[in-house]
Design a protein around this ligand. Structure first.
Ligand code: SF4
Length: 72
C-alpha cells in the first residue's frame, strides 16, 4: 500500500488530446510546470489536500478535457 506523497490523487494528461494551451499551467503554477514547447509538466507526487482546489481548477479550465485527476 502506498503512503505519504505516494498516495492520493494525481494529475494526468492525455498527450494526444492536449494542445498545449497552457491554461492548466496558469491555473495551477504551484505544481504544473511548462516544457519548452508549452506543454504541461505534471508533478509525480500526489496532490496535497490543501492544493486540491487548484488542481480541480486546472482540470476545469482545460478546453479539450485532456487533464484529469486520478485516485492514485
Ligand atoms: S489546458 Fe489542457 S490542452 Fe492546455 S496545456 Fe493544459 S492539458 Fe493541455
Amino acid at each position: 500500500m502506498r503512503k505519504g506523497k505516494d498516495s492520493g490523487p494525481r494529475l494526468r494528461v492525455d498527450p494526444i488530446a492536449c494542445e498545449g494551451h497552457g491554461l492548466c499551467i496558469e491555473a495551477f503554477p504551484e505544481m504544473v510546470g511548462r516544457d519548452p514547447w508549452g506543454y504541461p509538466v505534471l508533478p509525480a507526487d500526489a496532490i496535497p489536500p490543501h492544493l486540491m482546489r487548484h488542481a480541480q481548477r486546472a482540470v476545469a479550465v482545460c478546453p479539450v478535457l485532456a487533464l484529469r485527476l486520478t485516485k492514485t
